[in-house]
Design a binder for this molecule. Structure first.
Ligand code: ADP
Ligand code: ZN
Ligand code: ZN
Length: 845
């Protein structure tokens, strides 16, 4: 094949007379990543004359497969056509400036490599949907759209199509409009906010708004106001409200901006009824306006100065700084409520002064209005928030902003914010570093945000600070080994005492029939006292739903999911059975299908059952429940927290969600209903996790003005774990676990890679798994365990087998990875295993 497409000859007048110089104009090619889980990159040719415009990191539209178009990202511009296939032309260039920066690309490559997935997987996870349109993307009509400038003809025809059917996938729009290159048209409509990309329902998030009061523009003048005072002389109640407003807003105090006054605070401070305030707005004196709270507020923002650190915090702060001189990673191990966040704020401030950026990571569930507002107060508009439950359009906006000159200096975000474009990263903070939700489970890339953050920081020569009250065993080990710096903060802010923990043996009590539902007499008594003193209670149970399962009393039959190998959970509110793996729901059978018996009984108890029972025992208490079922949307979650914060709820019942770094003032009692239920998972981390959960949940008790109480109910009061929790003895737990981990070859002494195989036919799967394991053993020997059936061995109609690979820390990971992939290729080339799925979980949680 001839590379050279055409020549242009130009006459050039040189010293020696007329010389012909042949400028050969080579055809240009681009290598791109497509958002698909395929290994390798694809080469496309550029139509003539386009080469001026393309840059590495820019997005292009490319045809792929039959009549499908995808948004791809250029990784290389070159002049070598591929040997194996005829190239197709790039269909469109979407960006003038790169959206993928060189360092980010390096980070993507590291991730694909380390976590054994493809660059396409990483690309899919990294960019918000609106930035990677493809033929299957569903576009939604925005009924509120008003055009500022006329739409183009093509845009208008897409809008016309969407107005009759408001949700359509791009392929369909392409077909009905007859527009051949529709992706750029959709992109432009998205930018004009005329359309949106469809997102799952759970993402619909409406910002919280707050009503505020101000003088109407006509009234904002000294003279007018004076006139008003006279005018209101015969309406003293209205006058009082006006006076109060002037006081609250700081009117007339030398030249400062007016403070915003909420409707609520004005009514409270003046003691007036809303009718009186309405009277004033009716007269055109006041007007109401609504302000978004807890989300990227636009406009100027007044900030306050930093809280001074107390001596212990000050010392920790300096230790972190001085350790950073020699270590890239540092662990701040501070008890709950010791002021770790305050220390972060001081460090961020320091880094910003040097002109660098900070990434502050939090687990999704801990990223609440509480922490957002705390940081917003200090960093104002320099703070950006990146949450997976924000609408896609907003995430696209943040991404674009980070590429612009007006980028945020601080990003507070969840796991996926490691993918945002940074240019001046100086520090990454990983708060609650022990949280297992930092690990992405499905789909690929199955990355751990903590490891990814450390890698990202190192690519910038930046530092990483890990913070927690209950470090993961791996992190603590790294710190004690000197790989990470270690700073310990052992006192709580203002020396509030850690809660007192009372142990209750519920097995014994159950035998004596002294339990009321799941509650011991001590717990009930403490709840009652708390309610009498207008204090709050948190009840923790690690399972949601009403009952983990139902069972036939006669024959022991248990209903299971048709698609997955698990028993179903009974949800009383919806009166149905649900599979927590695939989400499938079932009718509750009226009788047992096995024996016809009609007595189906509940086994175990979940949060929903506890809520039910607590309402029966304390009918006058205000009760709320926080678990996956009640927090499908971000608003729902924030509302539960806000109500509890504002004292509108007396008893909060929840799963591990209630343990996530929330800071409540009035909680005096925390009940852990069944400590043992946390230990029943067949996982080498269950012990560590149970300790972390209980320590964190206990930390919610008695934060500010008095020592809290934790009632710890268990059937096995002699377990060492229980005593470690009671003594808050992290080190003891750590040492014990470390011995076991070494003995049984687990992290931090060995690295784990789980190999998963999935197929819809069980016998094919068994063959494939046996073959894969035996191939792996040839190269890796004893390091390979299995194949085994995982605890849940069928999900969504696919059977699953798992092979475990344990690798010594000093073995070459590169070689192991290469070997795994080699074996996988061998297997998938076999005709029998064509529809076999193979994937890896590196450093599984
Ligand atoms: P942690 O992150 O360790 O759980 P926080 O930083 O949330 O602790 O602090 C717990 C509470 O104490 C917060 O309400 C915080 O505002 C307050 N606090 C901690 N340190 C200070 C300080 N130096 N100045 C003022 N308030 C502080
Ligand atoms: Zn039965
Ligand atoms: Zn299922």
């Amino acid at each position: 094949m001839n590379n050279v497409q055409n020549y242009k000859s130009l006459p050039i007048v040189g010293q020696g007379g007329l010389v012909f110089l042949y400028l050969c104009d080579m055809k240009k090619y681009v290598d791109v990543i497509v958002p698909l889980p395929i290994a390798g990159q694809y080469t496309y040719s550029l139509p003539e004359g386009w080469d001026e415009k393309v840059k590495e990191g820019c997005r292009v539209v490319v045809p792929f497969g039959r009549k499908k178009y995808y948004t791809a990202i250029i990784t290389k511009v070159h002049e070598t056509p591929p040997e194996e296939y005829e190239t197709k032309d790039v269909a469109e260039i979407l960006d003038e400036r790169p959206v993928l920066l060189a360092r980010q690309y390096a980070f993507w490559k590291w991730m694909a490599d380390y976590y054994l997935c493809t660059l396409g997987d990483v690309y899919k996870a990294a960019l918000p949907s609106g930035m990677k349109l493809e033929s299957e993307t569903v576009v939604v009509y925005n009924p509120d759209f008003e055009a500022v400038e006329p739409l183009t003809e093509r845009e208008q025809s897409v809008m016309n199509l969407l107005s009759s059917e408001t949700e359509q996938c791009i392929t369909q729009l392409e077909k009905s409009s007859g527009i051949r290159q529709i992706l750029p048209v959709i992109k432009s409509l998205l930018e004009k906010e005329a359309v949106k990309v469809k997102e799952e329902l759970k993402r619909s998030y409406k910002p919280r708004t707050e009503a505020r009061v101000r003088l109407t523009p006509g009234m904002q003048d000294e003279e007018k106001l004076r006139g008003l005072f006279d005018g209101l002389a015969r309406a003293p109640k209205q006058l009082a409200v006006l006076m109060k407003y002037i006081e609250l807003s700081g009117w007339g105090t030398s030249g400062t901006d007016l403070k915003e006054v909420t409707r609520k605070s004005l009514l409270e401070a003046s003691g007036a009824s809303s009718a009186i305030l309405n009277g004033l707005t009716g007269k055109g004196i006041f007007e109401l306006y609504y302000q978004e709270v807890g989300r990227l507020a636009k406009g100027v923002c007044n900030t306050v100065s930093l809280n001074p650190l107390n001596p212990a915090q000050q010392q920790a702060y300096y230790s972190v700084l001085s350790l950073f001189a020699t270590k890239n990673v540092c662990l701040l191990h501070g008890v709950t409520s010791s002021g770790k966040t305050e220390i972060y704020i001081h460090l961020i401030d320091q880094v910003l002064k040097s002109g660098k950026q900070v990434l502050y990571l939090l687990p999704e569930i801990a990223l609440t209005t509480q922490i957002t507002e705390r940081l917003k107060r200090v960093f104002g508009n320099r703070l950006g928030i990146y949450h997976s439950k924000f609408p896609d359009a907003e995430r696209v906006e943040i991404w674009q902003k980070q590429l612009s000159e007006q980028d945020y200096d601080v990003i507070l975000g969840v796991r996926s914010s490691v993918f945002l474009p940074f240019r001046r990263l100086g520090l990454v903070i990983v708060d609650e570093e022990h949280e297992t939700t930092y690990k992405q489970q499905d789909p690929a890339p199955r990355y751990h945000a903590r490891s990814a953050a450390i890698m990202l920081a190192s690519m910038f020569g930046a530092k990483t600070l890990l913070g927690t009250a209950t470090p993961s065993i791996e992190t603590y080990y790294n710190a004690r080994q000197g790989k990470y710096g270690l700073v310990e903060l052992t006192e709580r802010y203002q020396n509030i005492r850690l809660p007192q923990i009372e142990l209750v043996d519920i097995k014994e009590l159950a035998r004596k029939k002294r339990m009321t539902a799941q509650f011991s007499p001590l717990l009930l008594q403490k709840i009652r006292e708390a309610l009498e003193h207008k204090e709050q209670v948190i009840l923790f149970q690690n399972r949601r739903g009403f009952a983990p399962m139902i069972e036939c009393r006669t024959c022991g039959w248990v209903p299971r999911c048709r698609n997955c190998d698990v028993s179903l959970t009974y949800h009383k509110g919806m009166n149905q059975l649900t599979c927590h793996y695939c989400g499938y729901t079932y009718q509750v059978p009226k009788s047992c299908p096995a024996c016809g018996g009609v007595e189906l009984v509940n086994r175990g108890f979940g949060t929903e059952k506890i809520e039910d029972d607590i309402r029966t025992v304390f009918p006058e208490a205000r009760v709320a429940r926080m678990d996956l079922d009640t927090t499908r949307t971000r608003t729902a979650y924030e509302r539960i927290i806000a109500d509890f914060e504002e004292g509108k709820t007396d008893i909060l019942i929840g799963t591990q969600m209630v343990s996530k770094g929330l800071d409540f003032d009035r909680v005096s009692v925390v009940g852990i209903l069944n400590a043992d239920s946390m230990l029943n998972y067949p996982d080498f981390r269950s012990y560590e996790r149970a300790f972390q959960l209980m320590a964190q949940v206990a930390g919610r008790a008695g934060r500010r003005n008095k020592q809290g109480l934790v009632v710890l109910q268990t059937k096995s009061p002699d377990l060492p774990l229980i005593h470690q929790v009671m003594a808050n003895d992290y080190f003891r737990m750590y040492s014990e676990q470390l011995e076991e981990r070494e003995l049984f070859k687990y992290p931090p002494f060995y690295r784990l890679v789980y190999v998963y195989l999935k197929h819809w036919k069980e016998d094919v799967l068994d063959q494939a798994a046996e073959l894969m394991a035996s191939c792996l053993r040839k190269g890796l020997g004893e390091r390979v365990l299995g194949p085994d059936k995982p605890p849940v061995s069928r999900i969504q109609t696919l059977f699953i087998k798992k092979i475990v690979v344990k690798i010594e820390l000093d073995a070459s990971l590169v070689k192991v990875r290469a070997y795994l992939q080699q074996v996988q290729r061998f297997l998938t080339e076999d005709e029998r295993f064509r529809s076999l799925l193979v994937y890896y979980d590196v450093d599984p949680m």
